[in-house]
Every structure is written in structure tokens, then in C-alpha cells.
Write a protein that binds this ligand. Structure first.
Ligand SMILES: Nc1nc2c(ncn2[C@@H]2O[C@H](COP(=O)(O)OP(=O)(O)OP(=O)(O)O)[C@@H](O)[C@H]2O)c(=O)[nH]1
Length: 403
């Protein structure tokens, strides 16, 4: 099976330039995730192929030495793209060793086509595997389908280069040329073309996967405080309720509200109010466990979901929060803003009919009681028995009549 090698090379050049141009146009002014390194590498690779295509028409030193060196620079650039995507620093002195090595090897073996092909193929295979390994070693920073596609494309490319190097060593290639069509040449450049498409698509998908993930995270986040927003914290509560019911475990919930927050806004201004919200969130986050979750339920109201926690445990934590917030006024413009919290706590073993909205209602009722009883305090919603619909166990749990 043979195909016209110059045509295959031309296809690679045209696709590389087209993809690079698309990436450069799309990413212009907003370079991120290493896409600019990828685009530049494609252009360098295309230039290398153009020099191969001109074999016989320009000096061999240009076509052989520079053509192969540019191929090696292209793989150094792909490595740079992956490292940039992963947020790793560039190590140019190390990353540019292979291209320098390639230039020296090509000079040295200029007269021996077979050895030249073998050396160039093995060196490029090593560089491809280096990119693959960099991707693989930090899988957590590039999860998703894109990374799989890229890894697969790199693996195929490396396998093809190793096979080409071995075939060059095994067969006498004197008198042959890179532009001659034979089975190995055809396979080499067909695989190179496919690998170019697959790896580039994989890299772009990687960037897209990351953008999707960032959007998903932001959609579930409260922009001011950085904790879960109302939708996310309710979703987390639903999951915690389902898990507590399945495993017949305790769970607790706190509704935390900043006292007289309107007064903070009125006296110090809204920016100060925002700072107080962040301050309170930071203090809460410092004291909850990894499996707990805090979210902003409303203006100055926060929900804290506490899986596998008894009512008494939640009450102790709530009291700690009240104490620490009172003892740590919020720093603002060289002074301090005193802050206190009221907290309503629900905790217990759930009954099958209990739902997240009932638990919120319970914690909210207890919070109402805490406000009514003078603020800066903790009140409990339900201390015994399964939780039931409002109007039964919950009503009348306020220890102090509302004023
Ligand atoms: N700075 C700031 N203020 C907010 C934000 N969201 C809500 N608020 C304000 O929070 C205040 C809530 O006031 P109230 O519901 O009367 O509660 P309160 O003053 O804390 O009174 P109690 O809860 O009864 O102690 C209102 O003034 C809202 O404008 C926000 O994101 N930033």
C-alpha cells in the first residue's frame, strides 16, 4: 500500500496551518490553557514539513537539519502547551535539549539516510512519550475525554515513530528519500496526519472540559462569599438527607443568621456589610469538618449541613460559632465591626417521610426562636423522636415567647 508522500505531507501542512489559525483567531487576546503554545507548535511543525517537501530543491542542510529540528521544536512546543495547561512552570533549557540534540545528530549523520531516519524517529518518539508522560503524571489537572483523546493520539504517534525508527535500522535505505512512497512512508505520514487531528482535538476538548467544569463550579457558588449558593446547598442537603436515611445515621442542620445586619449596612455601608458576610463565612469554614458544607441560603442567612452529627454535637458547634464570632469583630477601615450570630439547630435520626424542606423549616423555626429570645444565641428545633410535618412536633418549640 503506497500513497503519494508529498500529497500526504501537504495535507498535514494545510491542516496544521488551518488549525493553528483557528486557535490563534479564537484565542487572540485571551491566551489560556496553553492553546497558544499548541497553535505555535502546529505552525512550527508545518514549517518543518515544508522543508521536507522541498527536499532536492534546497540545500540538504536546510531540509534535513532544519526540517527535523523544527519537528523536534514542535514536540517541545506541545510539551510547553501541556505544561502551561497544567499550570506548571516552563523549563525551556531542558525542553530545548532535544531540538539541539536533533540538529547535532542530523549534521552528524547527514550522509547516512537510514541512520538519520532512525535517530530522528527515536528522538521524536521520546519527545512524544515525554508529552504523554507529563499529561499522565498530572491526570488530576487534566481529567475528562479530551485528555484521553490527547493521550491516545500521542501513544499512536509514539508507536508509529518507534516502528519507523526500527524499520529504518532493519532495512537498507541507501538511495531512498523522505519523499519516496513505500508502505512505511505511507503509514508514517497517514498516522502523523491522524495523530495531528486527534491530539489537537483532544487538547481543545481538554480546554473545553475545563471551561465547562469552571462554569459548573461558578454556577453553584455564591459570588460574594465563595461558598455554595442556595441551589447548591439545598442539593447538598437533599443528598445528605438521602444518605442519612439509607444508613440510618444522625444528621444535623444549622440555620445561621447575622444579627442586626441591616444596622451594619446602614451604619458602615454595604461594602462593610459584604466584608462582614465574608468574615463570618471564613470563621464558619475554619470550624467545620471536610464532610460538612456551608452555603448562603439568603441575604445574611447561611445553612450548614452536618452529616453524621447528633443534635448535641451540632449544638456545641453552633455555640462555638456564636462565641468565636462575638470574640472576633470584623476588621474594617482600621476599626472593627462587632458581629453576633443567632443559630437555629435541627438534629436527629430522620424518619422516611422527612424531607429537606422540613429540616430547613425546623432549623428556621429554631432560628426564629433564637431571635425572639434576644439574639446572639443557639436554639434547638427538635431534640427527640422522628421529625414530622410542621404543625405537630415543631410548633411551640420556642423556649421564649416572641416579643
Ligand atoms: N451588604 C450586604 N447586605 C445584604 C446582602 N444581602 C442582604 N443584605 C442586607 O441584609 C439586611 C437584612 O436585614 P434584616 O432581614 O432586617 O435582618 P437584620 O437586620 O439582620 O435583623 P435580624 O435578622 O432580625 O437580627 C438587609 O438590609 C439587606 O439589604 C449582601 O449581599 N450584602
Amino acid at each position: 500500500m503506497t500513497a503519494d508522500v508529498p500529497t500526504l505531507m501537504l495535507m498535514i501542512v494545510v491542516s496544521s496551518v488551518a488549525m493553528a489559525a483557528a486557535l490563534l483567531v479564537l484565542g487572540w487576546g485571551n491566551w489560556r490553557d496553553g492553546l497558544h503554545y499548541w497553535a505555535m507548535s502546529l505552525l512550527v511543525g508545518a514549517a518543518g514539513y515544508v522543508l521536507f517537501l522541498l527536499r532536492g530543491q534546497i540545500a540538504d542542510a536546510w531540509s534535513v537539519v532544519w526540517g527535523n529540528t523544527l519537528m523536534s521544536v514542535m514536540f517541545a512546543g506541545l510539551l510547553a502547551a501541556v505544561r502551561n495547561f497544567q499550570g506548571q512552570p516552563m523549563q525551556w533549557p531542558v525542553m530545548l535539549v532535544p531540538p539541539l540534540f536533533m540538529a547535532a545528530l542530523m549534521q552528524h549523520f547527514m550522509a547516512n539516510y537510514g541512520l538519520r531516519v532512525a535517530c530522528a524517529s527515536y528522538l521524536l518518539a521520546c519527545q512524544t512519550l515525554w508529552v504523554w508522560w507529563t499529561l499522565h503524571a498530572r491526570r488530576q489537572s487534566s481529567p475528562g475525554r479530551g485528555a484521553w483523546l490527547l493521550a491516545a493520539g500521542l501513544a499512536v504517534e509514539a508507536a508509529m515513530l518507534l516502528a519507523r525508527g526500527s524499520s529504518a535500522l532493519a532495512s537498507a535505505m541507501e538511495g531512498s528519500s523522505i519523499l519516496h512512497g513505500n508502505t512505511v512512508q505511507t503509514l508514517t505520514f497517514m498516522v502523523a496526519f491522524i495523530a495531528l487531528l486527534v491530539t489537537s482535538m483532544g487538547f481543545v476538548f481538554m480546554a473545553k472540559d475545563r471551561a465547562d467544569e469552571t462554569n459548573r463550579r461558578l454556577a453553584g457558588q455564591d459570588a460574594l462569599t465563595g461558598v455554595a449558593n442556595r441551589r447548591s446547598i439545598i442539593a447538598a442537603l437533599e443528598r445528605a438527607v438521602a444518605s442519612a436515611l439509607r444508613q440510618r445515621q444522625f444528621m444535623a442542620l444549622m440555620m445561621v443568621d447575622i444579627d442586626h445586619f441591616k444596622h451594619v449596612n446602614d451604619r458602615y455601608g454595604h461594602l462593610a456589610g459584604d466584608q462582614v458576610l465574608r468574615h463570618v463565612v471564613a470563621l464558619i469554614q475554619q470550624r467545620i469538618r471536610a464532610q460538612d458544607m456551608v452555603g448562603r441560603y439568603g441575604g445574611e442567612e447561611f445553612l450548614v449541613v452536618l452529616p453524621d452529627t447528633t443534635l448535641q454535637g451540632a449544638r456545641a458547634l453552633a455555640q462555638q460559632l456564636c462565641d468565636v464570632v462575638q470574640a472576633t469583630p470584623c476588621a474594617w477601615e482600621g476599626g472593627h465591626i462587632p458581629v453576633t450570630l443567632s443559630i437555629g439547630v435541627y438534629g436527629g435520626v430522620l424518619a422516611p417521610q422527612d424531607a429537606w424542606d422540613l429540616l430547613i423549616h425546623a432549623a428556621d423555626s429554631a432560628l426564629y426562636c433564637a431571635k425572639a429570645a434576644g439574639r446572639n444565641r443557639v436554639e434547638l428545633a427538635q431534640a427527640q423522636g422522628p421529625f414530622t410535618r410542621p404543625g405537630s412536633a415543631l410548633s411551640g418549640t420556642c423556649p421564649t415567647p416572641l416579643s
